[in-house]
Design a protein around this ligand. Sequence first.
Ligand code: FE
Length: 337
Amino acid sequence: MPTVARSLITRAFALVLSLTPFMAHSAEEIVVYSARTEPLIKPLFDEYAKSSAVKIKFVTAEAGPLLQRLKAEGKNTPADLLITVDAGNLWQAKQEGLLQPVESKVLTDNIPAHLRDPDNQWFGLSIRARTIVYNTKKLKPADLPTYEGLADAKWKGKLCLRTAKKVYNQSLVAMLIAQKGEAEAEKIVKGWVANLAAPVFSNDVQVMDAIAAGQCDVGLVNTYYFGRLITKKPQLPLALFWPNQESTGVHVNISGAGVVKNAKHPKQAQALLEWMSSGKAQEVIAGSNLEFPANPAVKPDPLVAGWGPFKQNTLNVSQAGQLQAAAIKLMDRAGYH
Ligand code: FE
């Protein structure tokens, strides 16, 4: 065939493909719904393209709207894989019947048991610790308490927190309930509220800004927000502290993924998920957002590794979902809004 004709045919074929992004896609193309943003997932999928012929199309949105969309689309969904952050959201997706179990030795070997659904419907891919951040001009590590210790009256007027409306805090309180029981957890949360130095903030960065400015001494944040801020402003008098090392361990949460219940290409989705749980993919997933790889065999980014090793809470993160409603009610009763 003459080159010109061949190139015309190729172009016509490419045009047809591009016009039908979500219809009739072949087995060699899968669709990912992702609550992780494009700058975080695009490098990952570009990496996958180096070793797999399967093309990935993706849609990014907040977790809530993505779950709504999956529900509304039902059997007609083009989605094969769901990626989202927070075990609470993954638990919700499973509850609503939007995911399917995946039996995979690769996944159960790579991802520790506490970071995945006990029924294998979702798997953690990166770890974010929600831990204590403090003002290094005012405090030394030896001064710092446990999560429950932050409720002690000696921290009165020294604590800054993000709003209870954020799922990260709901998950943290849900894990407290799981470990301490509801009554004890409520006492702790009331203590936190009594110790607040300022009204709750709308995000973790504002909490750290207030601590750096001396408005408060300590707070609770996700580690990657600290990583991003300290990279931009290394002069800030802030450091992370790992609490509860003698007891329950640091509260961790995950970003993770699961194969969609009505996936048209479950095998390919599983293959992508398995790939994401190991090696280079784990480096990209964790490194791009300064998180810890979920796979303990993979080393974190040097900045993240520099925060030192810590004992994490090994209670299954699905508890964050299971007790989310109870946590929201408890925080409301305790005056944490
Ligand atoms: Fe976040």
